[in-house]
Ligand binder design. Structure first.
Ligand SMILES: Nc1nc2c(c(=O)[nH]1)N[C@H]1C(S)=C(S)[C@@H](COP(=O)(O)OP(=O)(O)OC[C@H]3O[C@@H](n4cnc5c(N)ncnc54)[C@H](O)[C@@H]3O)O[C@H]1N2
Ligand code: MOO
Ligand SMILES: [Mg+2]
Length: 660
C-alpha cells in the first residue's frame, strides 16, 4: 500500500452536493484511478460551488491527509457560481502551468468548448492538485492526457530525483525487485514507514524532517508514536443524506439463484416474473357441501344419482342428466352437465334406500342461478397468467409462498441473500457469556449479540467472527477472514481518535480499502466508517462497515446503514425503513448534530400516532435506552431559531420495529 499514490477526488457542484447520486464525474474519475494499480482513492467528497467549502476540503486533504494527488471536478467554467480556480489558486504554493497547458492544448483539439474551462494546477506542500471540468467526458480526456506524467511529477514533488523514470525513459534496466508502481515513490521520503512489515523491519523511521513526519497516513497510523498522531480527524464530517447516498451507490444486488418453493424463500426477492403452469382450480369445483344440479330444473324432488367427494379420481366425473342431482362436498369435482350447487341446508330428504344407508330422493328447496357455488377452472389463476412479478418480496406472511405452491411452480429465481459477518474489537471486550467476573476495565460484548439478533430477525444469514484485540495483525487477519466468507463485514469499536482506534488505518494501509467516509454529522454514530475493500480473486469489492464501539451507536448505525444495505444487496427495491409522522409527547432539546433518538411509537385509542423517547439521557453508551424501542426519532440539528422540539409537534419516526 505505501507505494500506491493516495488520491482524493473532490466533486464541486451545487447539484451533486444536494443530490450525490447525480454525481457521475467523481465516480468516473475514481474508476479511472482504480483501474490503475498505482493509485488508490483514499477519500472522496462532494462540496457545493462554495469558495470556503472548496478551500477547507482541499487544505485538509493536502495538509492533514498529505495525499499525493488531489483531483477536483467541476466549477472551472464561466458559470456565475463557478469558483474552483479562485478557491484553489491561493492554496497553491507553486503553480504547474505546463500541466495546465498540456491539458488545454489536447482538450481544445477535441472540442473548442474546452477553451471555456479556467482550470488550474499546482503544488501545495507535497500534494499535486489538478482541477478538471465537471463532465465525465472531460474528466476522462483530461486524466488520460496527464496519466503517464503524474507518477513522475509526484515523485519529484516528494523530493525524488526522478532517476527511476529517467532510466525507464532511456530503456535502462530497473533495479531488481522494484515493482512498477514502486518506481513512482521509491526515492521519496514517503516510502519510509508503512506497508513493509508495518514498523518491524528496517524501513520504519521516525527521524525525518518535519514534513516527512506527516507523510503516509502515519499520523493516523499503525506505527506512529502517540504524540505524533493527528489531533483532529482528517475525515470530513459529512451529512447523513450524503453518507446514505454513498453507501447505496456502492451496493448492487447480488446475482440470481434458483430456490425451491418452500419456507427457505422467506424474505427473498424474485428475480423473474412467475407464470402459472397449472390452473387454479384445475377442475370445476363445488364451493359448498350440497347437491350438484342443473339450475333450469328448479326446486322439486329429484333422484340422487351419485356422490362426488373432494378426492382424486381418474378420468372425468360422472354425468347428471336433466331431472337428476348428485351429492357433492366442498372442493368436489362437479359432474358433467351440472350447472350449479345447492347447499345441503336448502334441501330435505324425501326417501332413503331400504337399508337406510343411501339417499334416494332429495327435495331441492331453493332456486339457484347458473354457476352458483361453482369455482370454474382457472377462476383463481389461469395457466400462463403472470402471478408474481420480478422484484416482489416473498413475505413471511405466507401469501407468496402459498400462491407459488398452488400453481405448479417448484423452483423460482431469486436474488442471493447476503451474509454479514460481525467482529467486535477491543482489548477490553470479552464474550458476554464467558462465565467469569469482569476484571477492571473489561466490558461484556453486547454489540455482537445485539447485531446478530437484529440480523436474524431481518432474515439475513450471518457469521459470528468473534472478538479481535486491538492489535493490527489480529484485526487484519480477522477482517480478511470475514471478507473472504461474507458479503459485508461489520466491525464495532476502534474508529474514533484513540491510540487503539486502529480500524481506519488498517483498512487503508493493510487491506487496500477505500474509505468513502469516516465521520458523519449524526448522533449517535459520528465516527461511522464505510469502506470498500478490493478482493484478490474478484472484480467486485466487498463492503465493510466499521461502526463505533459504543453499544447504542453500533446498534443505531447498524439499523440506519447496514440493514438497508443488506436489503439492497438482497434485491429489495424499497430498502430504507418506512417512517411515520408521530406526535411527540414531550419537549426535546436538540443537539448540534441531527439526532436519532431511541423512541417508542404507538397508536393511541383515537387512532393517532404518538412517540416518546425512551429516556432523557440518550448517551450512546447507555444500552438501556434501546429497551422497548421500535423507532428512531429523526431530530434535526439545533439552530438558534429552533433550539428544541415541543410536545405536540409532529416528528418523523423511522419504524425499525413493530408498531405497538
Ligand atoms: N477525541 C475524541 N474522542 C471520541 C470521539 C471524538 O470525536 N473525539 N468520538 C466519540 C464518539 S461520538 C464515539 S461514538 C466513540 C466511538 O468509539 P470507537 O468506535 O473508537 O470505539 P471504542 O473506542 O473501541 O469503544 C467505545 C466504547 O464502546 C465500548 N465497546 C466497544 N466495543 C464494545 C462491545 N462489543 N460491546 C460493548 N461495548 C463495547 C468500549 O469499551 C468503549 O467504552 O468515540 C468517542 N470518542
Ligand atoms: O456519535 Mo457517538 O456515537 O455520540 O456516541
Ligand atoms: Mg475509541
Amino acid at each position: 500500500m505505501s507505494n500506491q499514490l493516495r488520491v482524493g477526488v473532490l466533486t464541486i457542484s451545487d447539484t451533486a452536493s444536494t443530490d450525490p447520486v447525480s454525481d457521475t464525474s467523481g465516480p468516473s474519475l475514481c474508476r479511472l484511478l482504480e483501474a490503475e494499480s498505482r493509485y488508490t482513492v483514499q477519500i472522496t467528497a462532494i462540496v457545493p460551488d462554495d469558495f470556503k467549502a472548496i478551500q477547507k476540503t482541499v487544505t485538509a486533504w493536502c495538509d492533514d491527509l498529505d495525499l499525493h494527488l488531489v483531483l477536483t471536478t467541476g466549477g472551472t467554467g464561466f458559470g456565475v457560481r463557478d469558483c474552483t480556480p479562485e478557491a484553489v489558486l491561493p492554496l497553491l504554493e507553486r503553480q504547474t502551468p505546463g500541466i495546465t497547458h498540456m491539458i488545454f492544448s489536447k482538450s481544445v483539439q477535441i472540442t473548442p468548448y474546452a477553451a471555456l474551462s479556467r482550470a488550474v494546477s499546482g503544488i501545495r506542500g507535497q500534494t499535486l492538485i489538478l482541477t478538471f471540468p465537471g463532465s465525465p467526458k472531460a474528466v476522462k480526456e483530461n486524466f488520460e492526457v496527464v496519466a503517464k506524467l503524474l507518477p513522475h511529477a509526484i515523485d519529484l514533488v516528494r523530493g525524488g530525483t526522478g532517476k527511476k523514470t529517467h532510466e525507464k525513459m532511456q530503456g535502462a534496466p530497473r533495479p531488481s525487485g522494484l515493482a512498477d508502481n514502486e518506481a513512482a515513490t521509491s526515492s521519496s521520503s514517503h516510502d519510509h514507514g508503512h506497508g513493509h512489515g508495518h514498523g518491524h523491519g528496517g524501513h520504519t523511521c521516525f527521524h525525518h524532517s518535519d514534513r516527512e513526519t506527516k507523510t503516509d497516513a502515519a499520523s493516523l497510523g499503525l506505527d506512529t508514536p502517540v504524540p505524533r498522531r493527528l489531533r483532529k480527524s482528517p475525515y470530513p464530517l459529512i451529512p447523513m443524506d450524503q453518507a446514505l447516498a454513498i453507501v447505496m451507490g456502492k451496493v448492487t444486488p447480488l446475482p440470481s439463484v434458483e430456490k425451491p418453493v418452500n419456507e427457505s424463500l422467506i424474505g427473498a426477492v424474485l428475480d423473474e416474473d412467475v407464470v402459472a403452469v397449472e390452473a387454479v382450480p384445475g377442475y370445476r369445483a363445488a364451493i359448498l357441501d350440497g347437491y350438484a344440479v342443473i339450475d333450469t330444473d328448479g326446486p322439486g324432488q329429484y333422484p340422487v344419482t351419485s356422490a362426488s367427494i373432494a378426492a382424486a379420481s381418474e378420468g372425468s366425473p360422472r354425468k347428471i342428466l336433466p331431472g337428476q342431482i348428485a351429492r357433492i362436498t366442498t372442493g368436489g369435482a362437479l359432474p358433467e352437465g351440472a350447472t350449479a350447487v345447492v347447499m345441503v341446508e336448502d334441501t330435505q330428504l324425501v326417501k332413503t334406500s331400504e337399508d337406510g344407508a343411501q339417499e334416494e330422493i332429495v327435495e331441492i328447496l331453493a332456486k339457484v342461478r347458473p354457476g352458483e357455488a361453482i369455482r370454474e377452472i382457472g377462476s383463481d389463476v389461469q395457466v400462463g397468467q403472470t402471478v408474481l412479478k420480478k422484484g416482489q418480496v416473498i413475505s413471511a406472511v405466507g401469501g407468496e409462498i402459498g400462491v407459488l405452491a398452488s400453481i405448479g411452480v417448484h423452483k423460482v429465481a431469486v436474488r442471493q441473500r447476503p451474509t454479514v459477518g460481525f467482529l467486535s474489537t477491543g482489548n477490553e471486550v470479552v464474550n458476554h457469556d464467558n462465565g467469569q467476573a469482569l476484571k477492571m476495565g473489561q466490558i461484556r460484548d453486547s454489540n455482537r449479540p445485539t447485531l446478530i439478533a437484529a440480523t436474524k430477525a431481518a432474515g439475513f444469514d450471518y457469521l459470528d467472527l468473534g472478538i479481535a484485540p486491538d492489535s493490527p495483525d489480529d484485526l487484519e487477519a480477522a477482517i480478511r477472514n470475514g471478507l473472504e466468507k461474507c458479503d459485508i463485514v461489520v466491525t464495532t469499536g476502534g474508529v474514533s481518535m484513540g491510540e487503539m482506534d486502529l480500524l481506519k488505518p488498517i483498512l487503508e494501509q493493510k487491506l487496500g480499502a477505500t474509505i468513502h467516509f469516516g465521520r458523519i454529522m449524526m448522533k449517535p454514530g459520528k465516527p461511522t466508517t464505510f469502506a470498500t475493500v478490493p478482493q484478490a480473486n474478484s472484480k467486485q469489492s466487498k463492503l465493510m462497515f466499521a461502526l463505533p464501539g459504543n453499544p447504542v451507536s453500533a446498534t443505531v448505525t447498524y439499523h440506519l446503514f447496514v440493514l438497508p444495505a443488506l436489503r439492497k444487496l438482497a434485491g429489495y427495491e424499497k430498502y430504507m425503513w418506512p417512517s411515520v409522522q408521530a406526535e411527540i409527547t414531550h419537549d426535546v432539546r436538540l443537539d448540534e448534530r441531527p439526532e436519532y433518538q431511541r423512541a417508542i411509537v404507538s397508536v393511541t385509542a383515537e387512532g393517532g400516532i404518538q412517540a416518546h423517547s425512551t429516556d432523557k439521557n440518550q448517551m450512546s453508551s447507555r444500552m438501556v435506552t434501546m429497551l422497548g424501542v421500535n423507532s428512531l426519532m429523526v431530530l434535526p440539528g439545533k439552530t438558534s431559531e429552533r433550539p428544541s422540539v415541543k410536545a405536540g409537534q409532529k416528528i418523523e419516526c423511522l419504524l425499525i420495529g413493530k408498531l405497538v
